[in-house]
Write a protein that binds this ligand. Structure first.
Ligand SMILES: Nc1ncnc2c1ncn2[C@@H]1O[C@H](COP(=O)(O)OP(=O)(O)OP(=O)(O)O)[C@@H](O)[C@H]1O
Length: 332
């Protein structure tokens, strides 16, 4: 089910949380809403969910072409998982997953056996078989979020909305759940909108990344495009891992550490290169990281393969020439 968001505005008092936001979420995609705190991601997700309504006007939310702008949350057929979407502590895992079905009005509620079968099917899907009788406190944080996901899926939602679902977990668990979620999404193919402020998470997980800033959409694209061709300095800096370098005329360029070529000082070409000195080098993994100091005192991070580093035979204090090989033709 595709989601179409058209010209949405949302103000809280005099504060504009969303300004003329439009976005297409393709059917079956995993789309990440990425942006700093306060940029409007959660507000947008809540409006898609029907938990919040856009300001009156031309704004529309459509699911598969159908206008759902005025449809309340319970009737939109959406599943949610939030960062702190606490499970019911007094219920077993199975009861938690079944919850959304057991509270349906009698006329819509499936028979007991069907609910039971659905719960066990979901436990299998989120790889938590055998834990049905446990209570939430007997599970790890990562397992609890998978239960929350199973609970969201119990009602067979048409779209899945995730608001920083791994935000409260530690880095290692986060990373493994992220991979798991990607695989899971590929298996079930449910249109998913995912809020995160973690650029790595968005780039690794999503088919489509939507960068938000100050209540607006700043850029939309697949992860590779967003990373290789950031549309603005904001996107460049927000994605991180970039050198911001001022040239002698005061113009700023952005160059990523792996886009810099390091040459022997003897190969220095005044038209394209700058001279620098090795301040620090770190080469514990397959990629060596060098911190270089340009002649004007600016620092530059550079990434090289271990092989390149060995070929250059560099040590701290050596002088080198550096050349930008950025995709956007950034010059120093
Ligand atoms: N119910 C509300 N009343 C007043 N202001 C609100 C309300 N909800 C959100 N806001 C404001 O709207 C702005 C956008 O909030 P939102 O939660 O959408 O941002 P976010 O990008 O999800 O941030 P975070 O990553 O911190 O969750 C914020 O400045 C927030 O303070």
């Amino acid at each position: 089910m595709s989601i179409s968001i058209k010209s949405i505005n949302k103000t809280f008092g005099s504060y504009a949380a969303l300004e003329n936001v439009s976005l297409e979420v393709p059917d079956g995609s995993l789309t990440a809403l990425l942006g700093p705190s306060g940029s409007g991601k959660t507000t947008l997700l809540r409006i898609v969910a029907g938990l919040e309504f856009a300001d009156p006007g031309d704004g529309k939310i459509r699911f598969h072409g159908e206008d759902v702008s005025d449809v309340p949350a319970g009737k939109r057929g959406v599943g949610f998982v939030f960062q702190h979407y606490a499970l019911f502590r007094h219920m077993t895992i199975a009861e938690n997953i079944a919850f959304g079905l057991t509270v349906l009005p009698r006329s819509k509620r499936p028979p007991k056996q069907e609910i039971h079968d659905r719960v066990f099917e979901l436990l299998k899907l989120v790889k938590l078989e055998g834990l049905d009788k446990r209570r939430p406190h007997e599970l790890s944080g990562g397992q609890r979020q998978r239960v929350a996901l199973a609970r969201a899926l119990a009602i067979r939602p048409k779209v899945l909305l995730l608001d920083e679902p791994f935000g409260a977990l530690d880095a290692q668990v986060r990373k493994s759940l992220r991979r798991w979620l990607r695989q899971f999404h590929d298996e079930i193919g449910l249109t998913t909108l995912f809020v995160t402020h973690d650029q790595e998470e968005a780039l690794e997980l999503a088919d489509q990344v939507v960068v938000m800033r100050n209540a607006r959409v700043e850029q939309v694209g697949d992860p590779q495009t967003i990373y290789d061709h950031p549309r603005s300095p904001f996107v460049y800096e927000f994605l991180g891992n970039v050198n911001k370098i001022a040239d002698p005329l005061g113009e700023t360029s952005y160059v990523r550490p792996h886009e810099i070529e390091v040459l022997f000082a003897a190969e220095y070409e005044p038209t394209t290169d700058r001279l620098a000195r090795v301040q620090h080098l770190f080469s514990a993994g397959p990629i060596a990281t060098l911190s270089l100091r340009l002649e004007d005192g600016q620092f530059l991070d550079v990434e090289l393969s271990r092989k390149q580093l060995e070929d250059l035979g560099l040590s701290t204090g050596d002088e080198v020439a550096v050349r930008a090989n950025s995709l956007d033709d950034a010059k120093f």
